[in-house]
Design a protein around this ligand. Sequence first.
Ligand code: PFF
Length: 457
Amino acid sequence: MSQKSHSHAQWSSRLAFTLAAVGSAVGLGNIWKFPYMVGQSGGAAFVLVYLVCIALIGLPILMSEWLLGRLGQKNPIATMSEISRRLKRSKAWTLVGVGGVLGAYLILSFYSVIGGWALIYTGYSASGIFTDLTSDSVGNLFSGLLASPGTLLLWHSVFMILTIAVVMGGVAGGLERAAKTLMPALGILLVVLVIYAATTPGFAAGVNYLFNPDWSKLNGEVVLAAMGHAFFTLSLGMGIMMAYGSYLSDDVNIGRTALTVVVMDTVIALLAGMAIFPIVFSNGLDAASGPGLIFQTLPLAFGHMTGGSVFGVLFFLLLVFAAWTSAISLLEPIVEWLEERSSLNRVGATLVAGLAVWLLGVASVLSFNLWSGVAPLGIFAHFAGMTVFDLLDYVTSKVMLPLTGLAAVIFVAWKMGRDEVRSQLNMSDGAFSLWHFIARFIAPLGVLAVFVSGLWI
Ligand code: PFF
C-alpha cells in the first residue's frame, strides 16, 4: 500500500474480491433479462453478438474500471477527479463517476420491482400452485400479478427494505461469504433445469434457437441491445466495478480475475437460456413475450418435474439472493455519494437514497398496469409505446452504461501512459500489446459503431 494516500481497506484475498464482483455481476440480468432479450431479438444472432461484445468490449472495460479504481483508491467520482488532476487531464472526466451514480439510481428503481417478482414467485412455488399448471394458467398467473399494483408495490417495498437493511448496516461482507456457497448452488440448480429441459420435446428446437444464428434477424437495434446487455450484466459503466477496484490489492492479477468473473457470468446466462427455450418450444409459448418470460416458463418445469416444488422454492430463493447482492452493489455508491455530499450519516443517507429509489420504482410498478398505456416520450417515433419501465431500461442499458464505460476505456487507453497501464496489468508483452490494441481501438470504436447504427440507422 506504499504510494496510497489514505488507509483504504483491502480485500482479504482474491477470493473475497472475486465473490463481491461476481455478486454484483450475476443477478437478474443473467436469469431474467438475458433470456427475454434473446427471445425479443430473435435468438442466436443476438447471443453471438452478445458474446463478441462481452469478449471485445466488456472484458477490456471491466479491466479498465478495476485498474482505475486501484489507482485512484477512492469512490468513482473522487477517483476520476484525482487521476485526471494527477495526469493533468480535464476535470470533465469526473462526469464518468457522476454518470455512474445517476445510472445506479435509475437501474435500481426498476431492478427492485423485478426483485419483488422473484420474491412473489418464491411464495407461489412454496404454496404448490405450480403443480400441473398449463401454459394458459401460467400465463394467467403472471398477468394477474401484473394487474395488481398493490401486490407489486408491496414486494418491491420488501425487496428495497432487504437491500437498505444490508447497506445501512454495512454488512455486505457476510452476504459475500454466503455467495461462496449460494452462487454455485444457483449454478447447480440451473444445470438441473437444463437436464429437465433436455427431456422435453422442444430441447433441440430450444438449443437451435440459442446457438444457430438466423442472420436475417440482425439489425442495428439488436446489436445495440446485445452490447447494452453486455454492460448491464457485467455491472459496467456504473462506477461500481471502479469502486471495487479501489479495494483491490496490488498483487491481484486483474486480467485473470476479470476473465473468471466474465466466464462465470456468461455461463450462468447461457444455462438460463438453455433451461428456458426448450420449455418455450415444448409448450408452444411465445419466445418474444418479454419481461415475463422466465415467470411463464420455469413454473411449468417446476410443476411437472419430480421434486419440482422443492426445486422451485430453492431456485427462486437463489434468484432473490443473486438479485439482492446486485441490488446492494447498486445502492452502495448512491449512499456513499450522498454521505459525502451531505451532512447525513450512513443510516440517514441509506434511508434517503433508499426512499428515493423506492419512489421512482413506483413508476415502474405502475408501468405494468395503470400506466401501461403511458409513453412519456411517445411523441418521438423512436420511443413510441415505451412505458416508464421501458424507458428506464433503455436509457440506462443502451445509452448511459455504454457511454460511461466508453469514457473509462478511452481514459485508460488514450489518456494514461502505456507504461503506467502496463505496470497495473501483470501480463506478458504479447498479451499486453493485444490488450492495449483492443482497449485503444476495438472496444471504443465498437461501442461507437453500435451506437450510431442502433440509434440512428
Ligand atoms: N449485473 C447485474 C445483473 O446482471 O443482474 C445488474 C447490475 C448490477 C447492473 C450493478 C449494473 C450494476 F451497476
